[in-house]
Design a protein around this ligand. Sequence first.
Ligand code: GLY
Length: 317
Amino acid sequence: MKVIASHNGLQAAQKAWNLIQQSHPLIEACVEGVSLVEDDPDEHTVGYGGLPNEQGEVTLDAAVMDGRTHRGGSIIGLREVRHVSKVALELMRQSRRVMLHGEGADQFARACGFPPENLLTEKARKLWRLWKRTYQANQEWLPADEDEETRQLMQILTKFYRHPAGTVHLAGQNADGDLACVTSTSGHCFKTRGRVGDSPIFGAGLYVDNDHGSCGSIGHGEANLLNCSSFLAVHLMGQGMSPRDAGMATLEHVARHAPTFEVDKLGRPNFNLQLYLLAKDGAHAGVCLCGNWQIAVTDQDGSRLETCEPLHSADVP
Ligand code: GLY
């Protein structure tokens, strides 16, 4: 038995582990873990408190995938419901369809009884307005005030400008050896209206093959979409690679195919991607293109954060 998650999923992994131990269905336990992150107003890349699109509207994406049945559910651009992963789980349970987007997703969530709520917290709203007045400055908007609150918000905004994509990914394996995984996100901060990232796309933001392993990702979604990273990593584990080697080979593939407008002077990607891999034999790995990132792990030895191995030793310039 094991649960792994992205750096922001330590408590989520613990919760999922506890539920798996209590014999809850695996996929349900994984979604319950991720719901904790979707509830956190200070996690600005997932669920309630997520940063909005360029129009100030919070839209959420998530997908769930169950290895034992090889079924999944995906919800794209959901508004006014924080637990988008639970809506994706309901789609998997109730429908022959595997993906809903926009108004259809909103209607499905209402039909399932999820109550609407405003997902834009005051802090997220202020960050969005500060972004408009700082990075979208034009003849319309005056520069932001120079007070202490603005200075603190600016620090957060600068961090997001460096790493515009967050997301949470969580994967679990139960005592029968079955695998399942979930990815949930509010997407790139201040994204273009209608933009779809990798998180709700099977094979990109997550993928599981019960015979081989699971992989999920956070980071620059477009790179995963163009390289089917999660599918590729699981496929490589199926060819006999360890999770670490499969993750590294996938990142090398992504780096080799980075578009010319997204590479630094050395030809390396100027974005980041983190992959979280869990193999059928229970081995796991966290890898990233560069920088200091962590993977959350819960197993019989307890809960901990481990270092993700970077493909490039130096940080992105
Ligand atoms: N990886 C999250 C996104 O790009 O939307």
